[in-house]
Design a protein around this ligand. Structure first.
Ligand code: Q9C
Ligand code: ZN
Length: 684
């Protein structure tokens, strides 16, 4: 099993730059790489990565995507004077050449391929390449939008050729549409291309009709091109997460990629002069984390855009930190996607309904026909409730004032969200200590708790209980682990307990005594917990197979009837479409997952849930397991410690009943838990 994160960087790629005045291109500067690398050093991330050297991409490799004629043009710029360079540059849209551009562009390709080689050979688990010039706009015969060679597209072709890969996912979170990548793979079902981009109904560069949601791919490639056009500026954390939950992730889990390439542009981040969006750096940690659950964690991030130096470098750091498996900061901002974002999401889902089973029960609502009146009503509502600070400039401020404001904001924001990570991530308290060797070595196995300590803790809860030896014993494991989590000695943990319900009630009480505000409690199986759910300090979600007699669903008590068909591993559609959106809307301080008797989910489903929830509450998860089944404990321990996400095997769609259940719950609860929204019907 590969471990480690590759970092590929060479300062030779800072040697090309704009030599003349051109307001169109002057944001693409060498400092983009320098400041990102400096910030990585500042956070001591460079030394934690495995340094992989760059190389030049070969002509043959470049010609996996580009024509030899175009290659010759780029080659010829090496010896040109400024006048000649200007003239070649003018043949393309938003491009400049420098005598070192050819050399840098070859290094950018080579760096990307070195990353792919390191990941596929198993030398590392994942990694990031910091490169210039960027790639995703460049095309077979053309440079475009600061891009010369299409680094990521070449890497995908290379991985197919050299390693025989059959399914590659490209995630382009740059704020511009990577039309270059779209053109290369439009008819290719082996490469799934996902891009979100500032679009504004085609009023934003590159101003292409084919950047809209209805460009789904062509011929055999139909369904393998996913465009999420943003029609407003100011999109932020919740909009990006909603697009992941409701578009990218379900399709990606169905696609089952073998490798993920990220066109990792950060002009979609806050403060960027091009993007005018609002996503804060930790958003990229969450996006990265979700991608790491696919393709066995083989994620290669390759830099594209990003022009606000501070925003860019903090976001790069969040990406690399996450690749290194540090726990994630809590995501900031109110978790509610805006109307315009939901509209885009609904449109892509409708356009892709014919191609993906996870979308087959979607209503194919033609949203472009929304009447102007209802549009206006919705807009009015949006203005009242929106938490999206529009990126519009205040009168009298300049671009550089704005940039400095963002600098200051980020300086204090990062101090607020970054937290020290304990040396041991996961603790486990299991009944049979003899099984300890079956857990990942990074997991700390808790031995007996000090008897006096235990009694003190228990008597604070229930003086009577202290007298009962048996009850005491069953609380012991849960308390030992919970206490470590609350005191931040570990991030998360597992406890086996023979009476899970008593232990859980007790654990919750202990959490509130400790001062926690919100605990998400997910109970898998049949269990009655006597809890007071009125004050919102607990959100109880029960996943069980028996139909509740009366529908008790309310804001803080949700029951999801879910019976997993044996060996089908299709629970992820419930996790992505329902559980995660609710959890992100709630923003818990801690999560307790209780696995009780008669559980309707298999080991893989429970582990997946555990993996995907780790972005919340700084990974503070306590898993309480009632039946002592070492396979389950082992798999959950792996998930918590980040060793691996379970392998789900081939995709199987959820049954119609299951899908219907989710749909109904979404309709019922989307007013309360706004991340559930993926359709604008009943918006108001
Ligand atoms: N008036 C990347 O982010 N802007 N490229 C053109 C036209 C070009 C962005 C403005 C932006 C290119 C990799
Ligand atoms: Zn860009």
């Amino acid at each position: 099993m590969a471990s480690g994160t590759a970092l590929i960087y060479d300062d030779e790629m800072t040697s090309c730059k704009l030599l003349w005045d051109d307001p169109e291109c002057d944001i693409e500067v060498p400092e983009r790489l320098l400041s990102s690398y400096e910030q990585l050093k500042h956070y001591h991330l460079v030394e934690r990565c495995i340094h992989v050297p760059v190389r030049e991409g070969t002509e043959e490799e470049i010609m996996l995507v580009h024509s030899s004629e175009y290659l010759e043009v780029v080659k010829s710029t090496q010896t040109m004077n400024e006048e000649e360079l200007r003239r070649v540059s003018e043949n393309y849209d938003a491009v400049y050449f420098h005598p070192n551009t050819y050399r840098c562009a070859k290094l950018a390709v080579g760096a990307t391929l070195q990353l792919v080689d390191s990941v596929i050979s198993g030398k590392v688990h994942n990694g990031m390449a910091l490169v210039r010039p960027p790639g995703h706009h460049s095309q077979r015969n053309a440079a475009n939008g600061f891009c010369v060679f299409n680094n990521v597209a070449i890497a995908a072709q290379y991985a197919k050729r050299r390693y025989g890969l059959q399914r590659i996912l490209i995630v382009d979170w740059d704020v511009h549409h990577g039309q270059g990548i779209q053109y290369v793979f439009e008819e290719d079902p082996s490469v799934l291309y996902y891009s979100w981009h500032r679009y504004e109904h085609q009023q934003f560069w590159p101003l292409l009709r084919e950047s809209d949601y209805d460009a789904v791919g062509q011929g055999k490639g139909k369904g393998f091109n996913l465009n999420v056009p943003w029609n407003k500026v100011g999109m932020g954390n919740s909009d990006y997460l909603a697009a992941f939950f409701h578009v990218l992730l379900p399709v990606a889990f169905e696609f089952v990629p073998e490798l993920i390439l990220v066109s990792s542009g950060y002009d979609s981040g806050i403060g960027d002069p091009e993007g005018q969006m609002n996503a804060t750096p930790e958003c990229f940690a969450h996006l990265t984390h979700f991608l790491m659950q696919l393709a066995n964690g083989r994620v290669c991030a390759v830099l594209e855009g990003g022009y606000h130096l501070k925003s860019l470098s903090e976001s790069v750091c969040m990406t690399v930190k996450t690749l290194l498996r540090d726990p994630l900061p809590q995501i900031s901002g109110e978790m509610a996607p805006c109307l315009s974002a939901v509209e885009s999401i609904q449109n892509v889902r409708a356009a892709h309904k014919p191609y993906w089973k996870c979308l087959m029960y979607e209503e194919a609502t033609p949203l472009h026909n929304l009447s102007t009146k209802s549009q206006q009503m919705m807009e009015a509502e949006l203005i009242q409730t929106s938490t999206h600070p529009t990126a519009k400039q205040a009168v009298g401020t300049t671009n550089s004032d704005e940039a400095i404001k963002t600098d200051r904001f980020l300086e204090s924001h990062m101090k607020k969200i970054l937290f020290p990570v304990p040396p041991v991530k996961t603790a486990a308290a299991i009944v049979s200590k003899a099984d300890a060797h079956l857990l990942p070595i990074s997991v700390q196995v808790e031995m007996e708790m000090n008897a006096q300590e235990l009694k003190t803790l228990v008597s604070a809860f229930d003086a009577e209980l202290v007298k009962e030896e048996k009850a005491l014993l069953s609380l012991q494991n849960v308390l030992a682990v919970l206490d470590k989590i609350l005191k931040k000695k570990v991030c998360n943990g597992i406890a086996e307990s023979s009476v899970a319900s008593v232990s859980t009630t007790f654990a919750l009480k202990h959490c509130f005594d400790f001062g926690l505000q919100r605990v998400l409690c997910i109970v898998v199986g049949d269990m009655d917990l006597e809890l007071d759910l009125d004050d919102g300090k607990i959100l109880l979600m029960n996943i069980c197979q028996k139909q509740q007699t009366e529908k008790t669903n309310s804001k803080y008590h949700i029951s999801l009837n879910w019976k997993e068909d044996a060996g089908r591993n299709n629970f992820f559609c419930a996790v992505l479409g329902f559980i995660l959106p609710v959890a992100y809307s709630y923003q818990p301080d801690l999560m307790i997952i209780v696995i009780g008797p008669n559980r309707s989910l298999g080991v893989n489903a429970i582990s997946l849930l555990t993996c995907l929830l780790q972005g919340l509450a700084e990974s503070r998860i306590l898993v309480v397991i009632q039946d002592t089944e070492i396979k389950l404990v082992q798999s959950v321990a792996k998930a918590l410690s980040g060793v691996s996400t379970p392998d789900f095997g081939a995709y199987a769609p959820a049954s119609q009943e299951n899908v219907f259940e989710i749909k109904q719950l979404k309709d019922q609860l989307q007013q309360e838990w706004k991340m559930l929204r993926c359709s604008v019907k009943d918006w108001i």
